[in-house]
Design a protein around this ligand. Structure first.
Ligand code: AHR
Length: 487
């Protein structure tokens, strides 16, 4: 036996906020344009400009929340450029990402339409770096007001009578970097000012999200909490898994075992970092009123050869599936404090769910992990103790988390060892009847291509071996499974 897992199914803990399974879409490379939005006149099948194939796949994933328009782009985005007749919209250069012309044909109404089609909640990230308080205040009013103001009338004239009721508002992005290069003191003061004008229209309470730290920068968190902690609903940190120096991250599909182990070690590091921030937050907010969000996370490799370096296009292998499984298990285990997370990014950028090429589309191994983990959304987390050997990088070979909803216990577990299978003994504490499951497995470099889009996909697990001590599961090298049990 390589590992023993105890799941305490008798004592459910905090609910796993479904928004932990959120996503991020930026005006970056081919995420929005070509990936999600092709325009009404495109030969690619679409509904109101949104790709039917991609939207269908994302609907199945039950994406709970989608962040937009950036990223670094958010702090150069002026929402008024993206409303009104598409042909008259202002053209700008996307200076952050590839220097391409942004024609603003995808704007506020298009984003809301995309969310409607996917069935998710919108999370709008406003511009603090190069915007104004008035600009942000008017965006909130434009989206949410039911009054008879000039701005609400403007929304109606642009085709939407009812307010959109956008709850989640980000105040700046990476304000310590591309969002204005600010000191935490300066940002905290600006945050205090901007949040005043995020007005509530009607009964819907806005959820105000402050720009949090870069990775492990607890100084930022401390300053923000001290100066503005009583005025925010959540702060958002970013954490990317970069396996090496920025100049040498390695490719998405070509990597050796050392790079694989470094990738997992860095991915596992998110737990230490988020706990460090939570400890700082606890000092200022012992009642835990303020939530933690991780609204950018995922792998970041060298771009695919021959692609625009500013487009951040990378393939996605079973290595990414392992990172996703490990990270989501960590998130589930911190359900009491984590209120949202958004993987970067949804389509064609960084650790994407979906890749497109013209009218072709494929689902990545990361998509399949999100699919396997769907039952965790809004379920109650269960304490999960994993006793396992460690890989050469110090990370446990087996990663697991569990939750329960309506009597059904879901256990998600990954064998992070790229070369060795594992036998795992699972004790689910009184919920021992196995009712079904699925597993995603493959050689660590395995990935889907447009020519062979189903190379990596989950298969069902029909039966498991029962012993007196629990259920025995054979996990192939580099695999992730979702299993359900009931009492
Ligand atoms: O996701 C890509 C970029 O990474 C985002 O625009 C920025 O916020 C972060 O640095």
């Amino acid at each position: 036996m390589n590992a023993v897992i105890h799941v305490d199914a008798k004592h459910p803990g905090a609910a796993i906020n479904k928004n932990i399974y959120g996503q991020f879409s930026e005006h970056l490379g081919r995420c929005i344009y070509g990936g999600l939005f092709v325009g009404k006149d495109s030969p690619i099948p679409n509904v109101n400009g949104m790709r039917t194939d991609v939207v269908d796949a994302l609907r199945k994933l039950q994406v709970p929340v989608l962040r937009w328009p950036g990223g670094c782009f958010a702090d150069e985005y002026h929402w008024r450029d993206g409303i009104g007749p598409q042909e008259g919209r202002r053209r700008m250069v996307n200076t952050n990402w590839g220097g391409v012309v942004e024609d603003n044909s995808f704007g506020t109404h298009e984003f809301m339409e995309l969310c409607r089609q996917i069935g998710c909640e919108p999370y709008v990230n406003a511009n603090v770096g190069s915007g104004t308080v008035r600009e942000m205040a008017e965006w909130v009013e434009y989206l949410n007001s039911d009054g008879d103001s000039t701005i609400a009338r403007e929304r109606r004239a642009n085709g939407h009578d009812e307010p959109f009721h956008v709850k989640y508002w980000g105040v700046g992005n990476e304000s310590w970097g591309c969002g204005g290069n600010m000191r935490p003191e300066h940002y905290a003061d600006l945050y205090r000012q901007y949040q005043v004008y995020c007005r509530q229209y009607g009964p819907d309470r806005l959820f105000r999200i402050a720009c949090g730290p870069n990775g492990g920068d607890t100084q930022w968190t401390e300053t923000l909490m001290r100066r503005a902690g009583d005025m925010l609903d959540a702060l958002s940190m970013h954490y990317y898994t970069v396996p090496g120096a920025w100049e040498d991250k390695g490719g998405a599909t070509v990597f050796d075992m050392d790079r694989y182990l470094l990738t997992l070690k860095n991915a596992a590091g998110i737990e230490r970092v988020l706990e460090a921030h939570l400890a700082v937050m606890d000092r200022f907010d012992p009642a835990h009123r303020v939530g933690l969000i991780i609204d950018e996370w995922g792998t970041w490799y060298d771009v695919e050869p021959g692609t625009n370096p500013g487009f951040l296009y990378q393939q996605n292998t079973m290595r990414d599936a392992m990172v996703a499984a490990l990270t989501l298990n960590i998130f589930n285990a911190h359900a009491d404090r984590l209120v949202m997370a958004n993987i970067a990014q949804m389509v064609n950028v960084l650790q994407a769910m979906v890749l497109t090429d013209g009218d072709r589309m494929l689902l990545t191994p990361t998509y399949h992990v999100f699919d396997l983990y769907r039952p965790h959304q809004n379920a109650l987390s269960l304490e999960t103790a994993v006793f396992a050997d460690r890989l050469a990088n110090g990370v446990k070979q087996i990663s697991a988390s569990a939750s329960v909803r309506d009597g059904a216990v879901t256990v998600t577990l990954a064998n992070l060892d790229a070369e060795n299978a594992a036998e795992v003994l699972l004790d689910v504490n009184a919920a021992e009847i196995f009712t079904g499951g699925r597993i995603l497995a493959g050689e660590v470099h395995a990935h889907n291509t447009f020519e062979a889009p189903e190379t990596v996909k989950p298969v069902s697990v029909d039966a498991l071996k029962r012993t007196e001590r629990g259920t025995v599961i054979a996990l192939p090298a580099c695999s992730v499974a979702a299993l359900t049990f009931r009492a």
